[in-house]
Design a protein around this ligand. Structure first.
Ligand code: SF4
Length: 277
């Protein structure tokens, strides 16, 4: 008989769950509710928010924002400068930056003031990294995947994007430690990410096929896909049950199928996928 196994810690993390719950909570109010950027990297959730009249805005839309609008800052956070700009635009800014990300921003700010050069392990184009860099006046060096292709400054403070792989962190720290004169390092990989990756790794190693569910733009879901692909040749990356339908015939040939999902994948999408399988 076919076995469908859901990985531990699959789906919404604390920070995303808090942001989405708050968004739905304020959606009934009289005021227009806007999110600076899409609240989470999941198109299904963004569509349900739009149905509640909650719309994402970008810098180009600032001219249309009024003081009365409610603006939500998503869990990825924003730069110090952007936070100031948004507060100028509206009297109702709700900062839903995940407290773990706020902690990184604070460390980066404080150590920058102390004269340390900030190094961020992460993806330079990711909103969380852009936001963190904005707390040290955009002076950080960004290391992708732990690669050190820059001269290492003498006095450095190292942090990580919350969704990074532990192996990349260890590689980066080893390389920097060999050259830096003074180094302060904060492993800021979120424990939710670590636990999810660990559980996914264990499951991927013992099943015949893995299904990874989440937004294609979601950094942490993409990393889950990479982890699974390295351990399980038959790994499928889908956004929801509708996409999974295309692979159902192929999946029938496997006896043990594992499922995991990124931090921005809601429970209802995971349930639908499990029911389909
Ligand atoms: S992955 Fe961790 S840091 Fe990022 S939003 Fe979720 S709980 Fe917060």
């Amino acid at each position: 008989m076919r076995e469908i196994i859901l990985a531990d810690h699959a789906g919404f993390c604390f920070g995303v769950s808090r942001a989405v719950a708050k968004a739905f909570d304020v959606s009934g109010s009289e005021k227009r509710v806007l999110t600076f950027g899409e609240l989470i990297h999941n198109r299904d959730v963004v569509r349900s928010l739009e149905n509640q009249n909650i719309h994402a805005i970008s810098d180009e839309d600032f001219g249309e924002v009024t003081k009365q609008d409610t603006i939500l800052i998503r869990s990825h956070g924003v730069s110090k400068e952007k936070l100031g700009e948004l507060k100028e635009l509206s009297d109702h800014v709700i900062n839903l930056t995940c407290p773990y990300v706020t902690n990184i921003q604070k460390k980066v700010h404080d150590y920058h003031e102390l004269g340390y050069r900030i190094i961020i392990l992460g993806d330079a184009g990711h909103p969380e990294v852009i936001g963190i860099n904005g707390w040290c006046e955009n002076t950080a060096i960004i290391s992708k995947a732990g690669i050190v292709d820059f001269p290492v400054p003498a006095k450095i403070c190292v942090v990580s994007q919350t969704t990074e792989k532990q192996a990349n962190w260890e590689r980066l720290i080893a390389r920097l430690a060999a050259s830096a004169k003074e180094m302060v390092a904060f492993n800021t990989i979120c424990s939710a990410t670590e636990e999810r990756q660990k559980a996914t790794k264990e499951l991927a190693a013992r099943v015949d096929a893995m299904v990874v569910i989440g937004g294609k733009h979601s950094s942490n879901t993409t990393k889950l896909f990479e982890i699974c692909s390295a351990l399980c040749a038959s790994t499928y990356f889908v956004e929801n049950a509708a996409e999974l339908k295309c692979f159902v015939e192929e999946l029938k040939s496997f006896e043990k199928i594992g499922i995991t999902a990124g931090a921005s994948t809601p429970d209802w999408i995971i349930k639908e996928a499990m029911q389909l399988l």
